[in-house]
Design a protein around this ligand. Sequence first.
Ligand code: FES
Length: 145
Amino acid sequence: MYSEKVMDHFQNPRNVGEIEQASGIGTVGNAKCGDIMRMYLDIDENQVIQDCKFKTFGCGAAVATSSMATELVMGKTVDEALLVTNKAVMEALDGLPPVKVHCSLLAEEAIHAALWDYAGRQGITIDGLEKPKNDISEEEEDEEY
Ligand code: FES
């Protein structure tokens, strides 16, 4: 049911924890399943993500997708990180079962929320970044599974 990569990232999640002097922190939840994710980004003066950590109070698929998402955004610029969508994360994990696709949205939205926080602190705007939702279940009905 789950790919080997999903099982690996679930059992050995990368980059779990928090960053004390984070440049941006994003927290999102899904009111329907009650899962919560917090993403921390350390971004340097060239807008390159030097470090990324996460904490998830969530299901195994949420753990695996956030773990993979942190690996994918590390070393990327802020603009490049916006391209790390939930689909990109799922592809990197060799897919998720259809009922678990929504879990990957937590990771994408948490990255966006952390970038939004970073942009606010810096007083900049990031092209293509929209105000993130605190509760992603609001948009779930619109998602194609
Ligand atoms: Fe809630 Fe997976 S069931 S994030």
